[in-house]
Design a protein around this ligand. Structure first.
Ligand code: B12
Length: 467
């Protein structure tokens, strides 16, 4: 048994992506499992701790290991700083990298020799097994011992010739358990974090997760490769127990459900609404749903009931107004689904936080015009809000592989991936500058006509050249 440091690197405040910090469910979930197993997790989140480097340097010295977490994008820079801090001040302490980015870019991370071990996908069991290993054996370097733990990738000390002919470190992957032991797990232990420090004068927002994974194959999304298109959800009663407890304990203004796709099981959504009604609760909830699911849900219940139990805003990934593009990105949905779903939410008085991707590979001006016409039309609906992104390829996704081939051996560095932002541009994919300039111009006009609809500043034009 011993201390494990978990560093949360995602910092949407520093990038301007958010005006308030978000609770890092990644390290909270892993920390919950470590504490339940008798270890002592210490969470350090750079969003709320300006002096995090000094604390990390201090705490890392007597830790079993330091675990770092981030997603692809600017927060990789924080994780690289955290790794450098540990290497400098606690060189004997093993380093473990988990989370979305590491799960997909683990080969390049290991070949850069940044950490000892990468945890791929759901990390609770692996985090505990690694802590047990160091606590009992005193190290994290024996390939035989590591090989018995699921969801890992590590170097075994041998070299091999890669697909491109270069000699590289051999990377071993252990069995992949894609489903978290989500249903058996105790509720997330929020006392691991100073929850109130995430609340601002603007909003007291609390993050919560009610399901894991997503069955859909969307080509731009990281989820199919991490969840392997499987899905598990907590039962409705447990979800209502959890949110009711969090609502009472922390008194947030809203609880944001961070599920990859909250509406995967429509029946569960109905049961959650019924359970909230049964208990006479109205809890301000935000969740994401697919437009097609919303249409289906409306066949079972009047969406006014969804609103009345507190669902005030639903995030909908609409992506494009062109069926050709939706098909190309294997979205498994049509533009008509989007229109129907958004109208139903609007009619029920629920905010529709819609998300759009522009300058997709293969997108023509005609496709783009369809999207721009659709967003202009939807902007007239009550409670419509929009977030606009420029397409950015993320590691391991089908669309990345269609553009660059397999990401396994592409030589990208973590510094490259740190410049992968759907708002600020990507050093890997700069897209078509003229195409983006046109879209941006149209969105500027839309923003002028509907200032409250575009909830975030427009995506910047990507200036970096493709590497
Ligand atoms: C919440 C969220 C955010 C929040 C983050 C808040 C925070 N403090 O973490 C905000 C809004 C800031 C955000 C921003 C972005 N996000 Co985001 N986000 C999500 C969301 C909705 C939920 C993530 C979550 O909390 N999941 C629940 C936790 C429990 O899961 P988890 O993090 O995977 O953790 C598990 C394992 O990974 C592992 N693990 C994680 N960390 C560690 C560490 C160790 C040591 C170990 C052992 C294990 C481990 O164990 C955990 C438990 O099983 C997902 C949506 C989705 N899934 O569809 C997208 C998602 C993660 N985001 C995504 C993207 C693309 C982004 C942006 C890059 C978008 C952009 N603008 O360009 C930015 C990057 C921000 C930055 N500064 O770098 C992609 C991920 C792509 C990728 N390859 O990383 C996702 C999957 C959306 C998608 N469908 O594509 N995001």
């Amino acid at each position: 048994m011993g201390k494990v440091i978990l560093f949360a690197g995602v910092d949407p405040l520093s990038t301007g992506e958010s005006t308030y910090p978000w609770h890092p469910l990644s390290v909270l979930t892993v920390g919950t499992a470590l504490r339940a197993a008798g270890h002592e997790p210490v969470l350090i989140d750079c969003q709320i701790e300006p002096g995090w480097k000094a604390r990390l340097a201090q705490e890392a010295r007597d830790a079993l290991y330091v675990g770092v977490s981030c997603m692809t994008g600017p927060s990789i820079g924080n994780v690289l700083d955290a790794i450098a801090t540990v290497r400098q001040h606690a060189p004997a302490t093993p380093l473990v990298w988990g989370g979305y980015h590491a799960s997909l870019a683990y080969r390049s991370i290991l070949r850069e020799r940044l950490v000892d071990v990468v945890v791929r996908g759901p990390g609770e069991s692996a985090a505990v097994a690694l802590a047990d290993l160091v606590a009992t054996k005193g190290r994290m370097s024996d390939p035989d011992q590591l090989g018995r733990i699921s969801n890992l990738a590590f170097r075994d000390g041998r070299r091999e010739i890669s697909g491109s002919g270069a000699v590289t470190d051999r990377v071993i992957e252990t069995a992949y358990g894609s489903l978290a032991s989500f249903l058996e797990q105790a509720p997330v232990d929020y006392t691991l974090l100073p929850v109130d420090r995430y609340f601002t004068g603007e909003v007291r927002d609390l993050s919560y997760l009610s399901s894991w994974g997503c069955p859909h194959p969307c080509g731009f999304c990281s989820e199919p490769k991490t969840s392997l298109r499987r899905w598990k959800g907590l039962p409705a009663k447990r979800v209502v127990d959890d949110v009711a407890r969090l609502w009472g304990t922390y008194q947030p203004d809203q609880i944001s459900l961070m599920d990859p796709n909250f509406s995967t099981n429509i029946q569960r959504v109905v049961e959650i609404v019924e359970e909230l009604e049964h208990r006479g609760l109205c809890i301000q909830l935000r969740a994401n749903m697919r437009a097609k699911d919303i249409v289906q849900l409306a066949r079972y219940i009047d969406l006014a009931r969804l609103r009345d139990v507190g669902f005030s805003a639903i995030f909908v990934g609409c992506e494009s107004g062109s069926d050709r593009m939706l098909k190309r990105m294997t979205k498994n949905a049509t533009v008509q689904d989007t229109i129907d779903g958004i109208r139903l939410l609007s009619g029920a008085g629920i905010i529709q936080l819609t998300s759009w991707i522009h300058d997709l590979p293969g997108e023509t001006r005609e496709d783009s015009d369809l999207t721009l016409a659709l967003v202009s039309e939807l902007a007239h609906l009550p409670y419509n809000q929009q977030k606009h992104h420029f397409f950015t390829p993320f590691p391991g996704t089908d669309m990345y592989e269609a553009l660059f081939g397999s990401s396994e051996d592409d030589g990208r560095s973590q510094k490259d991936w740190a410049r992968s932002d759907t708002y600020a541009g990507s050093s890997i994919w700069s897209g078509r500058p003229e195409f983006r300039a046109h879209v941006r111009g149209e969105l500027q006009s839309l923003k002028a006509a509907h200032p409250d609809v575009l909830v975030r500043s427009l995506p910047r034009l990507a200036e970096p050249a493709a590497s």
